[in-house]
Structure formats: structure tokens, C-alpha cells
Design a protein around this ligand. Structure first.
Ligand SMILES: *Cc1c(COP(=O)(O)O)cnc(C)c1O
Length: 458
């Protein structure tokens, strides 16, 4: 039997109320928030697609484990369970617990970086790039060319361009490469997966040049789904085996547990090399905490240990990837220009294509974000010129490369009826497409303006 409905492989034991609102109320809320959804209160939102980071629902097993949390300063049982879970999955001997992913990045890349150093990645996530550049080093993004074409299918658009990798290593000298970082899946590149073949080729090049090879493994379970179903030779591997094979190729990993460890806070750094681990542990103790808890409490470590196992459950992964794809494919059928193929954790919409009557300096992405909120109470984020635009010397906007809007799906939070509701909201949105007007920024901070800027409707 082949049923079409994707049923959630869980039952609901505890619920959180969603406050419903009318369109008139939302028009007011949006005005009060200066047309910036970051300034909305969460209770004014019906479906929150702002991020998949730290927004997961924990399982009954995770909540039970929280009661088991051993808060001893040193040698706690919770540390042992956390260490064993990370060590068993990654194979790395040295595990450093941090309060979230960026703390692990600051420790590792702060240590390896500095002026003159170079880091190379398929795409550096924004906190990764910020930590590298803050150390004085330079970060290069070299995803494959196919990643730039959003309408053509390619199974692994997250892949790193290995020819460019060799060229960059030769150009800068292997001794100046801080690390090569493979981000799986490629978050900033649309949640697109990386193939095992590519991970192997990157590993071989790093080995040949004696360059450190790090996995940014925030979404390693989601990546494993795509390897199993799109890459030859992995059909009969489990998702966990695929992840373990990918870890075995690397020298270490950095993880934000707020993604595929199914918790609300946490992260870690795991390494193979004793000397490097020692240097990083010194920084961990100065800035996060003692080596057996770092930035985490015992109960956090318990929840992560369980989440790292649950995330590889075959029914969970199937539901996770299929439900994201379901939303993306439905929108695509309606003629909404989505980034294709659909990635693992989010659906990205090309707002400049959708609202081709709104010029880029009137922020079509912000217009889409506001429309989705007005019509359906859906909150999402602009990833375009509001986020990345700059000004030239005459104060004219230098637009970002793309005007994307991201619908990021929290893990285990929404059911298919929530997703079907979102699809319906798009029907309404498409009908009203031609009447939508642009926005102008009336107040903005110097840095990271998307969080706090005020807008006016034109
Ligand atoms: C979220 C994320 C990080 C940073 O982790 P935080 O827990 O938010 O500090 C780093 N890399 C990638 C790919 C991410 O998605």
C-alpha cells in the first residue's frame, strides 16, 4: 500500500497553544512591529518558520533524561553519557561541550586562524565566517557551479568544488590553510546535501596537502537521508552508518546541537588530534567551563545524548525530509518560484521572481515576508538585500546576490494540517500578487540591520 499522507511518526503528549488572530489584528500587529517580523511577539504568530535552530520539540525520553541530569562539577554521569553518544557517532576521541555551535567555532577557528590564514568551505555559515574573519583570517566559499542554478535538478548542490580547492591550497600554501570546512547540509546554500563521493574527494585532497579537514555537522542526519536515496551504493546502509562513514573521513567536527541533536540549546567540538584538542580544551576552560561540562548543564548533555540517537530513526528522517519536500513541491505546483530541488530543513522562495514588478531597492523579499504574515500569520525571514545589501557612496543600494525568503521548518513541531494551511495561504498570496507594493527602510542600525530595522510600506 502506498499512502500519500505523510503521518508524523509521533503522538502528542504535551501541547503549546497557538493564539489565533484575524487579518485586521495582524495588520495592526505588523504596523506596531514596523513591518519587521523579528519585532513581532511570538504569540502574534500562527506558524513560526523563522528558524529551525533551537526550535525542536523534545521527546518524552529527552524530558525524562533531563530529570536524570547529574550536575556534579567533574566526572558526572551525564558527561559520560554525552561523551559516549558523541564518541560513538563521530568516532572522535576528544569531545568538548559548548553552549552552542558558535562557541565551538570561536574556540577552534580562533585557535587555528589569525592574519594570513585561509579557510575554505562549500559555504561558511554566517557565524562560521564571522569567527574566522574576527581572528583576522580569510574565508573562501567554493560550492560547485551547479549550486547557482536554482531551477535545474542536481542531487548534491551542497558539494564543494574540488578543482578550486586544489587551486586555493596551491595558491596560498598548505601551511597557511587554517582548515577546510565541509558544511552538511549546506545551510546558507539552501540546505542542499553533500555526497559521500565529494566528502571523500575533499578528504583525499586535505590528506595529500596535510591540511585539517573539519565537518560542520549541524544537519548530518538530514544529509545522510539524501546520500542513502540519491547516491549509488548507499541504498542498504542505515542513516547512522552513512553519517559514521562521513565522520571517519574528517579530522574533527563542529556541531550546533540546536539542529540535528533535537534540543533547544547546546553544541560541541570533537577532534581526533590530541595536541589540537589540548589547545582547544584550554580555551574551553577559560571561556566556557571545565572540560566535562563546558557550556552545558548535566541535563542538557542528557537531552543531547538522546537526541543524537533519535534523529537517526528511519521513520523520523523520512518524515522530516518528506514533509519539507511536500511543502516545497506544493508551492512549486502553484507556480511559486522555489529553489530547486528542495533542501532538508527549509523552503526558499525567489521573491524577486515572484514580485518582478517590485524593484530590488524596494525590497521584494520584505514584501513577501509581510504578505505571508498579513494573510496567514506565518513568520519567516528575508535572506536578500535587507540582510546582505550594502550602500554605494551615493547611498544607492548595492543589492544582495539573491532576494530569497526562507521558510525554515522546526523539527517535530508542526503537523501536516499546519503545512496544508500554509499551502492554502499561498493560494491567497498568489491571487493578490500584482497588488503588492514594496517597502522602504526608515531606520536601521549599522550592523545586522535585518534584526531591528524599521520599514514603511510604499
Ligand atoms: C546554526 C549553525 C551554526 C552555529 O550554531 P549556533 O548554535 O547557532 O551558534 C554553525 N554552522 C551551521 C551550518 C549552522 O546551521
Amino acid at each position: 500500500m502506498n499512502f500519500k499522507t505523510i503521518i508524523e511518526p509521533f503522538k502528542i503528549k504535551s501541547v503549546e497553544t497557538i493564539t489565533m488572530s484575524s487579518e485586521e489584528e495582524r495588520v495592526d500587529f505588523l504596523k506596531l512591529a514596523h513591518f519587521n517580523p523579528f519585532l513581532l511577539k511570538s504569540e502574534q504568530v500562527i506558524i513560526d518558520f523563522l528558524t529551525d535552530s533551537g526550535t525542536s520539540a523534545m521527546s518524552n525520553e529527552q524530558w525524562a533524561a533531563i530529570m536524570r541530569g547529574d550536575e556534579s562539577y567533574a566526572g558526572a554521569k551525564s558527561w559520560e553519557r554525552f561523551y559516549n553518544a558523541v564518541n560513538d557517532l563521530t568516532g572522535f576521541e576528544y569531545v568538548l561541550p559548548t553552549h552552542q555551535g558558535r562557541a565551538a567555532e570561536r574556540i577552534l577557528y580562533g585557535h587555528l586562524g589569525g592574519p594570513g590564514k585561509v579557510f575554505i568551505s562549500n559555504t561558511h555559515f554566517d557565524t562560521t565566517r564571522a569567527n574566522i574573519e574576527f581572528s583576522g583570517a580569510t574565508a573562501y566559499d567554493i560550492a560547485i557551479e551547479e549550486a547557482k542554478n536554482h531551477s535545474v535538478f542536481h542531487p548534491f548542490k551542497g558539494n564543494l568544488d574540488c578543482n578550486k580547492l586544489e587551486d586555493l591550497i596551491n595558491e596560498h600554501g598548505a601551511e597557511n590553510i587554517g582548515a577546510v570546512i565541509l558544511t552538511v547540509t549546506n545551510n546558507s546554500g539552501g540546505g542542499q546535501p553533500v555526497s559521500m563521493q565529494n566528502a571523500k574527494e575533499v578528504a583525499a585532497i586535505c590528506k595529500k596537502h596535510h591540511v585539517l579537514y573539519i565537518l560542520d555537522c549541524c544537519r548530518i542526519a538530514e544529509n545522510s537521508y539524501f546520500v542513502k536515496h540519491r547516491e549509488k551504493g548507499y541504498e542498504n546502509h542505515s542513516y547512522r552508518q552513512i553519517a559514521q562513514e562521513m565522520f571517519a573521513l574528517a579530522d574533527g567536527c563542529v556541531m550546533s546541537a540546536k539542529k540535528d541533536a533535537l534540543v533547544n540549546m547546546g553544541g560541541f567540538l570533537a577532534l581526533k588530534d590530541e595536541k589540537l584538542a589540548e589547545a582547544c580544551t584550554n580555551l574551553l576552560i577559560i571561556t566556557e567551563g571545565f572540560s566535562t561540562y563546558g557550556g552545558l548543564s548535566g541535563r542538557d548533555m542528557e537531552a543531547i545524548a538522546i537526541g543524537l540517537n533519535e534523529v537517526f530513526d528511519k521513520d523520523y528522517i523520512y518524515y522530516r525530509i518528506k514533509s519539507t519536500e511536500y511543502l516545497g513541491e506544493k508551492l512549486r505546483e502553484k507556480g511559486v518560484p522555489v529553489m530547486y530541488p528542495i533542501g532538508g530543513h527549509a523552503v526558499y522562495i525567489d521573491s524577486a521572481k515572484l514580485y518582478d514588478h517590485i524593484p530590488l531597492n524596494k525590497y521584494p523579499g520584505q514584501a513577501l515576508v509581510c504578505e505571508l504574515y498579513r494573510i496567514g500569520g506565518i513568520r519567516c525571514v528575508e535572506v536578500g538585500s535587507v540582510m546582505f545589501g550594502k550602500y554605494d557612496e551615493n547611498g544607492e543600494l548595492i543589492p544582495a546576490a539573491m532576494e530569497l525568503v526562507r521558510l525554515a521548518i522546526p523539527r517535530r513541531v508542526y503537523t501536516q494540517s499546519h503545512i496544508d494551511y500554509v499551502v492554502e495561504v499561498f493560494d491567497e498570496l498568489m491571487k493578490n500578487k500584482a497588488n503588492v507594493k514594496g517597502y522602504k527602510i526608515i531606520k536601521e542600525p549599522k550592523l545586522l540591520r535585518h534584526f531591528t530595522a524599521h520599514f514603511e510600506q510604499l
